[in-house]
Ligand binder design. Sequence first.
Ligand SMILES: *Cc1c(COP(=O)(O)O)cnc(C)c1O
Length: 397
Amino acid sequence: MSNQQLTELEPLMPTYNRFPIAIAKGKESFVWDSNGKRYLDYTSGIAVCNLGHVPDEVKEKVELQLNDLWHCSNLYHIPQQKKLAALLVEKSCCDQVFFCSSGAEANEAAIKLARKYSQTIKQQKAFEIVTFSRSFHGRTLAALSATAQDKIKTGFAPFIDGFRYLPYNDFESIDQLQNGKTCAVLLELVQGEGGVIPADQEWIEKLAATCKKEGILLMADEIQTGIGRTGTFFAYEQYGIEPDVITLAKGLGSGFPIGAVLAKAEAAKAFDPGSHGSTFGGNPLAAAAGIATLEAIEQYEVLKTAQENGKYLKDRLEALQDKYSCHIQSVRGKGLLLGLVTTSDAVNIVNQAREKQVLILTAGQNVVRILPPLTTDRSEIDMFISVMEEIFANLEA
Ligand SMILES: *Cc1c(COP(=O)(O)O)cnc(C)c1O
């Protein structure tokens, strides 16, 4: 094709079906489009801006770091990275941390860690990782291979060997977990992209107990559920279980790209010098954003706020469900990761909300996904509910 023809193409590859607005500015729970129109942002950049947009306390610390040093390779000590690792260790059941720059990369590292732990520490041949129906683990080839959703896999075969899928929340199938080849399980405690589906308590307990008994690593993908999204810092805390490995990204840097793999000491043994790496992973700027995010969560008691907001929002959504039960089947999720299961088209609801200056998401065809900043408040929730009410009242007519 000639250059002449090429110039008529859009410069961006069309990998996203973009909504017809451009966001130019954000502050706290609001964003402004390029025409200056204001929107209540209940997407938080898909669970990234958990402290709202451009949070002052993170901005100040990133600005300070901007003056000193942006990047430094992992061939040298990076004190900011070490500090962020220590903070994550303190908050979790894990002992050591590896940093990267995104969620898919964090899952890649977890997959590599599980295989290497099995092959070198345990001296076994087991390499298989069990994941679950409707999961989402990212878009790189191994993360996609771990993902059990055909719609995003078409055309990318062959996939990476060594993944097996079991039905999510299916108590019986846990008996099929160990087949002699399984070294790890990777799962979301509330499935995000798959439809905002929380894991059942009894299922998780049996899964965790079976993993322990069979010597299988339990790996929690907390990329969407982590950093306070479900009301506790990690979602696993609410289930009374302890994963061996946890992956994080989205909210960790408040919008600055950073991902992490946390592991218990035993599993972390598998990584030694040279076994894994990342150029950008945990660089001083990213680490400064991460430290500032975690410190702000502590200082402003953001988890408490998130729990209160989550309860209030869920109560109000359930009241809406009672009133418009023909359109709303159920409200599910944890904390501020909520899904409204609708009998009508979720995309239509999202589009109508945007026209009424409220941004929300879908999770599959019939689920409206609501991800407010953890720092939202009752007046914003009321504003959101009144817009949703208008939409459902109109659907009724
Ligand atoms: C978003 C997400 C990922 C992928 O993260 P990226 O940063 O887009 O690579 C993986 N797992 C879960 C549960 C997610 O929500």
